[in-house]
Design a protein around this ligand. Structure first.
Ligand SMILES: Nc1nc2c(ncn2[C@@H]2O[C@H](COP(=O)(O)OP(=O)(O)O)[C@@H](O)[C@H]2O)c(=O)[nH]1
Ligand SMILES: [Mg+2]
Length: 244
């Protein structure tokens, strides 16, 4: 018997994305019929959750998880993974909800997951790039990647892209739920665990687009924390369970 089409969940963490989340979710669902969405909203004061709930009444493939306060990006991803695993999804994607990550890349990412265990929407492979980012942010991002790749001996070109997909076995094996770090640290730490476990990681070129509406929530202290955690991971590597 041929395998059924895998069910894929796109996790969208949101904090104050009321103008972005509904148009984005429509574009995602139009990208492939095998996709569903879980919005993980941290009690956004701008009414993001209400917009999603309204849209969800008309769209059964759109789900909403509401948390009581701003608990951070890392734990929002984990809450999304928990939901996706508990609801039997085969593939779990994460995307920023500010429309920096264009859903047009999803079909290529789905295809890569047929031959890879994890896929990253990558700004730093040929064909990838960044549109309209101020030079200081571009410099910071390429330096952060160079730093993490070198210290952690990773071959992935874009370790801090939040646009990615995992096969469910990967999340179960590498014990994603042990990753307690937030934001950027979470992103490279997952790459570290997945590659050390011996899984195949693919990269699909994406063009990262500057957010159109709303504001960035990442602050500079998070960048210092991430830099320090890379160093700690390099010096004291966590134990990572390998694939079978
Ligand atoms: N649920 C949740 N989402 C968050 C939190 N912080 C950021 N986000 C979301 O994570 C995504 C990336 O954040 P963003 O501010 O665009 O970061 P930047 O692109 O690195 O400047 C966006 O969809 C945000 O709404 C948080 O504490 N909780
Ligand atoms: Mg953003």
């Amino acid at each position: 018997m041929a395998d059924a089409t895998p069910r894929a969940l796109v996790i969208l963490p949101t904090y104050n994305e009321c103008d972005n989340v509904v148009p984005l979710s429509r574009d995602i669902l139009a990208a492939s019929p095998q996709l569903e969405i879980l919005v993980v909203d941290d009690a956004s004061p701008d009414g993001t959750a209400e917009r999603v709930a309204d849209e969800g009444e008309k769209e059964p493939r759109l789900h909403l998880l509401q948390r009581p306060g701003k608990l951070g990006l890392g734990t929002a991803y984990l809450a999304g993974f928990r939901y996706g695993l508990d609801h039997g999804f085969d593939l779990l994607f994460t995307m920023d909800a500010d429309r920096s990550h264009n859903p047009r890349h999803l079909p290529a990412m789905l295809e890569q997951l047929e031959t890879h265990d994890m896929v990253i929407g990558s700004r730093y492979v040929p064909g990838g790039g960044i549109e309209n980012w101020p030079p200081h942010r571009q410099l910071l991002s390429s330096f952060a990647n160079f730093y993490a790749r070198t210290l952690l001996r990773l071959s992935v070109r874009d370790c801090t892209s939040g646009y990615r997909g995992y096969r469910r076995e990967v999340l179960e094996t590498v014990d994603a739920f042990a990753v307690k770090s937030s934001g950027y640290s979470f992103l490279y730490e997952m790459v570290y665990r997945v590659s050390r476990a011996g899984y195949r990681i693919g990269e699909v070129p994406i063009v990262f687009e500057q957010r159109v509406a709303g504001q960035s929530k990442i602050n500079s202290s998070e960048i210092y924390v991430a830099a320090l955690r890379v160093l700690l991971t390099a010096v004291m590597p966590p134990k990572v369970r390998g694939r079978d």
